[in-house]
Design a protein around this ligand. Structure first.
Ligand SMILES: *Cc1c(COP(=O)(O)O)cnc(C)c1O
Length: 383
């Protein structure tokens, strides 16, 4: 198979069970029969990564087909899926030793920050990952892992993955990139030197707001085996049915995101000139501090827009008719939210203030609706 992304999107999940099926079937069986004790079927199936089918918490053909597809799309050898993005984070942290020190992006996803602050026994520091000097200063003797988000949520900051990966290699650290906001279509961190790519599949990859799932993707055999063991023994595996839904949703990733990104550019340009918008953050605008880096590192600018409103943010959100007032992002319908009151409500007010996440900050996830309808909706809500 060639390496064209669009073709891989449609064909990488190709599944052969002898029937000629065009799509990957939903394999609901929890266990698999053996001809003789210890001889598990499916060892030759590429979806089982050579391990065969024994019991569905370990490996499942539908999930395997999804994992193989995700690995292909990120130009990597291995992918392990989990029942949520959060379970993926938990599994990755579980491969560390207790004395390993972690460096984490200071404006990471709200759940990631809460998890670090409340559930991680390892010592960690939160760092602005767009400041390479500061990052290097924070590397200790026992630092083992750097967790970055690119682009970040909700401030859409863009750390330089290539430069951070050079630093990670110099100090022998594992670089994890949460690439949820980009999807494998807009950015491929493994190509830029990352060791593990994380996705909340819930967002762009599934794209239809109807399930929760996460994935970790890597080229390292050692990391893969550890993550697979964590998935098996921590047990947060996704179902065959959800895996099927993702395989189905994933096929339109490129066509969905092309429209989402185009809609986002038009909306960003509209908001950029609006008197009630104090400041707009969108990587495709020249005013974005990492605009040049975005052009290099990403295939497109993405479909997330944040802005500070010079008006009552709650009234604005309540007046929206097409934009749905809801958390989450990346699906076909446009969503609007106030991070301070919604996605980041469990981040301490002090940390929010430090990051400039206040009640006037609005975050939009742009969908695939008619762009003029979306602009008209924003216009009437801003009146
Ligand atoms: C949503 C999200 C997560 C968490 O994923 P879940 O699937 O909700 O568990 C992690 N990182 C980012 C950037 C997210 O947007």
């Amino acid at each position: 198979m060639n390496n064209l992304f669009s073709t891989n999107l449609i064909h990488a999940s190709k599944h052969d069970d002898g029937t000629g099926t065009v799509t990957t079937p939903i394999y609901l069986s929890s266990t698999y029969s053996q001809k003789t004790p210890g001889l598990v079927p499916g060892k030759n199936d590429p979806n089982s990564f050579g391990n065969g089918w024994l019991y569905s918490r370990l490996l499942n053909p539908t999930r395997g087909s999804l994992e193989k597809t995700l690995a292909t799309l990120e130009y990597a050898k291995y992918a392990v899926t989990f029942s949520s993005g959060m379970a993926t984070l938990n599994a990755i942290i579980s491969i560390l030793d207790i004395n390993d020190h972690i460096l984490c992006s200071d404006d990471a996803y709200g759940g990631t920050q809460y998890y670090m602050n409340n559930y991680v026994s390892n010592k960690f520091n939160m760092v602005d990952m767009t400041n390479l000097e500061l990052l290097e200063k924070n590397i200790h003797k026992n630092t083992k892992l750097i967790w970055i988000e690119s682009i970040t949520n909700p401030l859409l900051k863009i750390p330089n993955i290539k430069n951070i990966s050079k630093l990670a290699k110099k100090y022998n650290l594992i670089l994890v990139v949460d690439s949820t906001f980009m999807s494998p279509y807009l950015q491929n961190p493994i190509k830029l030197g990352a060791d593990i790519v994380v996705h909340s599949i819930t967002k762009y990859i599934n794209g239809h707001s109807d399930l929760i799932m996460g994935a970790a993707i890597t080229n390292s055999n050692d990391i893969y085996l550890k993550l697979r063991n964590s998935s098996i023994y921590l047990g947060a595996v996704p179902s065959a049915f959800d895996s099927y839904l993702v395989l189905r949703g994933l096929k339109t990733l490129e066509v969905r995101m092309d429209k989402q990104c185009q809609n986002a550019i038009n909306i960003a340009n509209y908001l950029n000139n609006h008197p009630k918008i104090q400041k707009i953050i969108y990587p495709g605008l020249k005013s974005h501090p990492q605009y040049e880096l975005a052009k290099l590192q990403q295939h497109k600018f993405g479909a997330m827009i944040s802005f500070y409103i010079n008006d009552n943010p709650i009234k604005f959100l309540e007046k929206l008719k097409i934009f749905t007032l809801a958390v989450s992002l990346g699906a076909v319908e446009s969503l609007a939210e106030c991070p301070f009151l919604m996605t980041h409500a469990n981040v301490s007010p002090k940390d929010c203030e430090k990051l400039n996440i206040n009640i006037n900050l609005i975050r939009l996830s742009i969908g695939i609706e008619n762009v003029q309808d979306l602009i008209d909706d924003l216009k009437q809500a801003l009146e």
